[in-house]
Design a binder for this molecule. Structure first.
Ligand SMILES: Cc1ncc(COP(=O)(O)O)c(C=O)c1O
Length: 388
């Protein structure tokens, strides 16, 4: 049985061209970019080139003294944590109800330390109610100190109105942090034009290595570090920089941006084929967020009358890898906070699975997935109705 990987929103396979570049760096000798000897100077120059290349892909110059800058982190979770804890002045934080757990949990931890949270709602199809933002920014004369919103949701793929939010924040003078973990490398981005203050991303979502990501900061944005003890990265994120990982991230992003048009057409075609193939066989399926603009390769489908965890495990047994949306380490997954925020019915929430295709997915894989998912769905739907 050849398996079909449809969990590309969780992580993507590394592009072999990226792996080759990294292997060369790993084997080229020691890489401590802070060392003063020749090895160190070479590493510094490779790291700087990687950072400049990432900047060029994101539409921002990163080589200007006192200009915008990129902090290399271990990934999206760390970038989000650093942004939420390090930006702003300790005043209220605004976030939406569909943010990634790395944002929500950090915000709730800050709330336990006494900080106030203000929540932005979403509509029934998973789009944030950006018009609420203005009212939330200023309540009883108390201004928010930070707004944190995601560029696209990791479960439904719904692309959020970040430009509109950035304009509202700009007028109010409140910094906007964007968790762009699901869009960097997938959707065009020009940081020069967005008006955001900080932006998180991670390499493993665009066929780069896991364990490295970035937090971009606009000019003049000051940030409090989480770690202390070294001078690297202007003391905002001390610790020896992972040069080979950063070089890999830069190469993965360069390729993703270069090939974005083809990848987008391909993943959208496959996602649509999957959705159409399944809904033709099962008109009762509900596709979440379909009325809004979505990430090209993402779909969240409710298989009414089944339980998502049983579906997930049954699909795994026939070689189809997908996700129940939430991170799951214990073998059982909590109901999706995203679908709850969208006020979907309990049947829709209980039976929702997320599928994500990538540039490496094929038509043959999608056709096999449609057959297998259809068989499993019919079997489990029947079983549920008998059990009931
Ligand atoms: C929207 C979003 N933010 C943050 C993260 C966390 O990224 P990482 O796994 O690199 O820590 C993810 C990963 O699932 C994500 O989808």
């Amino acid at each position: 049985m050849t398996s079909v990987y449809l969990d590309n929103n969780a992580t993507t396979a590394i592009d072999p061209r990226v792996a080759d570049v990294m292997l060369e760096k790993f084997l080229a000798g020691p890489t401590n970019a802070s060392s003063q000897h020749a090895y160190g100077r070479r590493s510094r120059s490779e790291l700087d080139s990687a950072i400049e290349s990432i900047g060029a892909c994101l539409g921002t110059r990163l080589d200007q003294p006192n200009g915008a800058r990129l902090i290399i982190t271990s990934g999206g979770t760390e970038s989000n944590h650093l942004a939420l804890t390090g930006l702003g002045d300790g005043g209220p934080i605004i976030l939406s109800r569909i943010e990634h757990p790395s944002v929500i949990a950090t915000a709730q931890w800050l709330e336990q330390q006494g900080q106030t949270l203000r929540w932005l709602d979403v509509d029934h199809d998973g789009l944030i109610k950006v018009e609420q933002l203005k009212d939330l920014i200023s309540i009883d004369g108390c201004n928010a100190s930070l707004v944190s919103l995601m560029a696209a949701n990791n479960e439904t793929g719904v692309v959020q109105p970040i430009l509109q939010a950035a304009e509202i924040c700009r007028v109010s003078g409140v910094p906007l942090h964007v968790d762009a973990t699901q869009t960097v490398g997938k959707l065009p981005l020009n940081l020069q034009e967005t008006g955001v203050s900080a932006l998180s991303f991670t390499a493993h979502k665009f066929h780069g290595p896991a364990g490295v990501g970035g937090l971009w900061l606009a000019t003049k944005m000051k940030i409090q570090p989480v770690f202390h003890g070294g001078e690297q990265q202007l003391e905002t994120r001390p610790g020896t920089e992972p040069v080979a990982l950063a070089v890999g991230m830069a190469e993965a992003l360069r390729l993703a941006v270069l090939e974005m048009k083809t990848s987008t057409e391909h993943t959208q075609m496959l996602r649509d084929r999957l959705e159409n193939g399944l809904t033709q066989r099962h008109p009762d399926l509900i596709i979440q967020g379909r009325s809004h603009s979505r990430l090209p390769g993402t779909t969240s489908i409710s298989f009414l009358g089944t339980d998502r965890q049983s579906m997930l495990m049954a699909l795994d047994l026939v070689g189809i890898a997908c996700s129940s949306g939430s991170a799951c380490s214990s073998g059982s997954s909590p109901p999706s906070h995203v679908l709850i925020a969208m006020q979907r019915s309990s049947d829709e929430i209980d039976s929702a699975l997320r599928f994500g295709v990538s540039k490496f997915s094929t038509v043959d894989e999608i056709d096999r997935a449609i057959e297998s998912i259809s068989i499993v769905y019919k079997r489990l739907q029947k079983k549920t109705s008998v059990d009931n």
